[in-house]
Design a binder for this molecule. Sequence first.
Ligand code: ADP
Ligand code: MG
Length: 633
Amino acid sequence: SLSVVMERGMGDEAIAMEVEQNAHNDTIPIEVEAPKEPPKIRRLDDSVINRIAAGEVIQRPVSAVKELIENSLDARSSSINVVIKDGGLKLIQVSDDGHGIRHDDLPILCERHTTSKLSKFEDLQSIKSMGFRGEALASMTYVAHVTVTTITSGQLHGYRVSYRDGVMEQEPKPCAAVKGTQIAIENLFYNMTARRKTLQNSADDYSKIVDLLSRFAIHHINVGFSCRKHGATRADVHTVPTSSRLDAIRSVYGVSVARNLTKVEASDNNPTSSVFDMKGFISSSNYVAKKTTMVLFINDRLVECTALKRAIEIVYAATLPQASKPFVYMSIELPSEHVDVNIHPTKREVSLLNQEVIIEKIQSEVELQLINSNETRTFKEQLVQPSSSVPTGAKRDSCSASLAPGSATSVPKSQKVPVQKMIRTDALDPAGRLHAYLQVKPSTQVEHNASLNTIRSSIRQRRNPRETADLTSIQELIEDIDSSCHSGLLDIVRGCTYVGMADDFFALLQYKTHLYLANVVSLSKELMYQQVLRRFAHFNAMQLSDPAPLPELIMLGLKEEGIDADCSENADLKQKIVEVPTFALCLSDMLQGPQLTRGSGRDCAFGRRSVAGEWGLKLQAFGHEGVGVCKGL
Ligand code: ADP
Ligand code: MG
């Protein structure tokens, strides 16, 4: 395969030169415009400024609901009820039992930048409340009609007052009121035709609002939440204050979600790397969904963090491919001076100190949990495996593996499927295997499976890195592989079921109704070659009890390729082989340096044209990863 590498490389260079030539031929005509007077700069009207800003804070009905709920939480409420009409476009009403708003504050309540939560910029560093910008209520009055009813403790009656464009429409009117504040937003975006039109599909926003309430409800478990459509008697979200997070999740997301969750925790208290404390729940292998649900609170703020979500999804895809869209609830606490809450107008995102370190720590904790839980699960299945499975034409569902031993005869016979259409679905199924008569005794089988599981999980752990090495040469070789991939064959390799070894070289595989003989030696070579490329510069170190005799291994490798290094005319080659171990050591040091991994493959000593470099590749393949890959097969 090494000679192929060199030929491929040459071809690429030829292409590169061609591209360069073409680039020189391209000339782009530049249009020269006649000089014009610069346009005049005007000062915008306040009403225009405010409406533009409002459109940013209140992007859609759900953003208004979020602001109102956050205000209610800031007011230390223990019950928050939401009513929605027409997806929030007609009416959003949020009632709470918080501390209420003082009569004297009502005149400036909805002016821009009026807040009770912040007085000087420095306070932002230690702010605990959700709000601080004093913009939410003001923004709503610029794009909707806002009515506030509120009462503070000790008062005989409350007040009701309406606002438009930041100002009170008339003096607050005394009225009857229950404890707390009720805010009604009517005719949202009445003065923004385009926005209103794009939001006509009201069902869509109602589901977003229900989703939002659900998220708040499972985090703020000491607050009761409800959300319903106007006129409906049943609430779509309804929780009561509780002390158990799992109970809250159960009442919002249902028993089927809560049943399949495991606790996950991670923390660090090292000021030089990261300081954080994470507690959460993640779904196990039995939770299967179409998309990931990630509920993330950082210092009690509902936020999104795409990087963390992606990192967790990657772990799931590698560890539980069948359950690769998880349910995740996480609450991360950090010192408030490590979080910048002021990077997004709707406060949807925050920026963290040492974000990468934190994500990595959480990722490995999640991975650990999954591997552990997955092992126990597989192990249980293995215990009852031997007599439970029968090759059938129908798809078996995953729970069939839990059938009691001896119950094989009671499996409903789907014998309507003709024998020649039967498909093997399980490689571990002894029935129909070539060496079925070689069945090991059950007790050793269990032990054997347990050790297999350990190997499997350690291999799983060594999944391919997210990014391949940033070397042009490696990238080009990978592109070569990708572009010459045969899709039909790929499907077969991906979807086949192992039947047994036909002889020392050929394995019998079944794919759909066809049987294939696969040359395991070539297949393994190709697999290792591709693995080496994808993991290049990301290999795990492996300690051998005795140092590998590199020169001898190289000799062996060369002999296999038909090159005899012992021949007298190959003295030069022999000398090089002797030097390889030292060279390989230098390389491994060099590759850890950032300047090389980021550089171009052509510039560095480890370019593919360097003979020793190629040997390095090959040695890695057989000496290190080769072991894992072979066992994996
Ligand atoms: P911010 O939350 O950023 O301070 P808002 O415009 O959302 O700005 O609210 C302005 C102020 O109105 C808040 O600082 C708070 O004092 C008061 N307020 C808003 N909603 C409520 C509520 N539900 N209960 C009590 N006070 C409220
Ligand atoms: Mg607010």
